[in-house]
Design a binder for this molecule. Sequence first.
Ligand SMILES: Nc1ncnc2c1ncn2[C@@H]1O[C@H](COP(=O)(O)OP(=O)(O)OP(=O)(O)O)[C@@H](O)[C@H]1O
Ligand SMILES: [Mg+2]
Length: 406
Amino acid sequence: MSLLHFGRSHPAAQIAPPPSRPCVWRVGLCGGVLGAAPPTAMLSAMFPAATFRDVESAWPERGAQGFDLLIVGLNGADPSEVERAAARVAASAGRVEILVVLSGADIETTRRMIHQGAVDVLPAPVTDTTLTIALERIFCRLDTGRAQRRNGELVSILKAGGGVGATALATQAAVMLAGNPALNGVCLADLDLQMGMAGLYLDVADTVTLTQVLAAGGAVEDVPLASSLPAHNSGARVLVAPHEFMPVETLNPALVDSLVAALRRDFEISLVDLPTVWTAWTNRLLRQSQRIVLVTRLSVPHVHLVRRQLHMLEAQHLGDIPLTLVCNQMEADGVSGISLKAAEQAIGRAFDLVIPEDHRLMHQAINQGVALSALRRGSKIEAAIARLVDLVAASHVAPAALSIGR
Ligand SMILES: Nc1ncnc2c1ncn2[C@@H]1O[C@H](COP(=O)(O)OP(=O)(O)OP(=O)(O)O)[C@@H](O)[C@H]1O
Ligand SMILES: [Mg+2]
């Protein structure tokens, strides 16, 4: 790794937005949100590409599957209703868009709903003109999103405390994945905004970082990540964390949606290195992940932190996303003073993978920005990370195909 690693930053390139094409949007009007006589006929005439259906329930939990957009009512004066709505909006990420019609509208509740990922918030009562303008904007956004969407896989990397080796594993896994010709594009996105090291661990140019990608404003999904992000010589593209201090709140659910859309469009697999903090946007990103990898070490404090993370995932209704629990930096027998079995019992589940400690090799790889195999072939740590790669890419490539050539 170059010790003087100062790249010159320049704005991200822009691509022309893809042409919008007509499609059918299914809209649910929930719980009489638009009054006793909803303007369904007017809406259908204005938006022939959309269907509007009354839904009895104020918030159709299961029925939401059949809709692209739900228009829901919310009484801003009822704190418990606001609380429930915030959780429901967050839980809708990636499944259905939510347009909130807010009575007793105030800025705080409006901002909260937008922050959780509502596509818009309109003060009640809604006039036909306001609704039409809002829907026009929303359909346009949905059109663009649908035209761009591709089904790349998002794998989020969480850690049980700092320094467990999450970034080291993510970088090595990305390099291995990129070496497989069967995979069409691999990206490591470092969203550890303040402490991100992925770019340094892989010694990639830092000409385009998250700062430049976000500078694209409301059009993050238009940035051609596959061609503009710096590449490691394995072929893995890296979305480098900002050099300068960036508050964690710089990202928000809407920006995350755009970023996820761009990543899924441009890469077959994106590994996302997340900060330790939980925020509305990390929640949103996890919710759109096809897999979560939780990395820890074998120590009593880390076991507690794993439990805390698992509880948090459950509490946030993220427990149904496939999770791979990795115990990293496993020392030679007995050194840590706690057995794997005892840790697994305390956690309440088994580790999916145990990765041995090899400080020397890992440090060398990080310092030179290379794959472990470039320094030594056939190490135990490399074999263990290869198993992680097999798990992560299982739905894309047969494990045997992935292991060939490593
Ligand atoms: N299996 C391993 N064997 C030995 N050392 C390792 C292993 N995995 C990671 N390390 C080392 O652990 C240190 C911390 O790694 P890393 O920066 O990846 O942790 P992190 O979980 O991303 O931490 P942070 O909280 O700073 O994001 C690094 O020095 C790295 O070389
Ligand atoms: Mg890290």
